[in-house]
Design a protein around this ligand. Structure first.
Ligand SMILES: CC(C)(COP(=O)(O)OP(=O)(O)OC[C@H]1O[C@@H](n2cnc3c(N)ncnc32)[C@H](O)[C@@H]1OP(=O)(O)O)[C@@H](O)C(=O)NCCC(=O)NCCS
Length: 179
């Protein structure tokens, strides 16, 4: 059994050089399984095709990428772009969806952003993820059309003001920490 509910610990940590291929694989699985209800098959394939192992390796080199790992399996990842002050990427493996992992990754990125002095974190949400970001406290600004090649996607620009750092609590047993 896999997933958070299996009881095995899911650890959040910084992505390591060489993990690009695993990130790209998870990205493809996540888009195809979790966004399919909101975009048509051409859009889904155009979205998935944007990411290659090399591109994902480049994220690790240029952005702050955190991964969620159970045993040695990648369960999700997220990234902070310091230059744009954005939550740039957030992808959960379908086997780990709806188990609170997206929330942990988003919170992990928000902690990193706060630590870097970022006061407002922005993102471009795909339509399938809108409800999730609302739950995470992000506000909608405007609907935009994002183009990948000749394929267009409706997305929504969102942001969240990051308050002061919450008081530190010791992590419950079974939960990892973001380093
Ligand atoms: C969006 C995504 C990251 C959510 O991850 P997840 O691990 O399934 O989300 P969680 O289990 O942490 O959900 C946290 C809360 O959001 C809610 N939620 C999650 N997905 C939701 C959705 N699509 N619509 C409405 N609410 C949603 C959950 O019910 C939960 O609510 P609660 O606070 O009442 O418990 C995941 O579906 C995903 O990877 N999607 C494909 C890639 C993608 O679209 N990424 C975003 C690109 S902008």
């Amino acid at each position: 059994m896999v997933g958070v509910r299996s009881g095995a610990k899911v650890i959040l940590r910084k992505a390591r050089k060489g993990e690009g291929p695993a990130l790209a694989l998870l990205y493809h699985r996540s888009v195809r399984a979790l966004a399919a209800g909101c975009y048509d098959s051409d859009q889904i394939e155009a979205w998935a095709a944007t990411t290659t192992p090399e591109r994902a390796e480049n994220w690790i080199a240029t952005d702050e990428v955190i991964v969620a790992v159970q045993d040695s399996r990648l369960a999700g990842f997220a990234s902070l772009s310091h230059s744009n002050q954005t939550l740039a990427l957030l992808y959960v493996d379908p086997d780990f969806a709806d188990q609170g992992l997206g929330r942990r990754l988003a919170r992990g990125i928000e902690r990193k952003a706060r630590a870097a002095g970022i006061q407002k974190l922005s993102l471009r949400a795909s339509v399938n993820a809108l409800g999730f970001y609302h739950r995470m406290g992000y506000h909608e600004h405007e609907t935009v059309i994002h183009a990948i090649g000749g394929t267009q996607f409706r997305c929504v620009l969102m942001s969240k003001r990051l308050g002061p750092r919450p008081a530190r609590r010791s992590a419950p047993v079974g939960q990892g920490v973001v380093r």
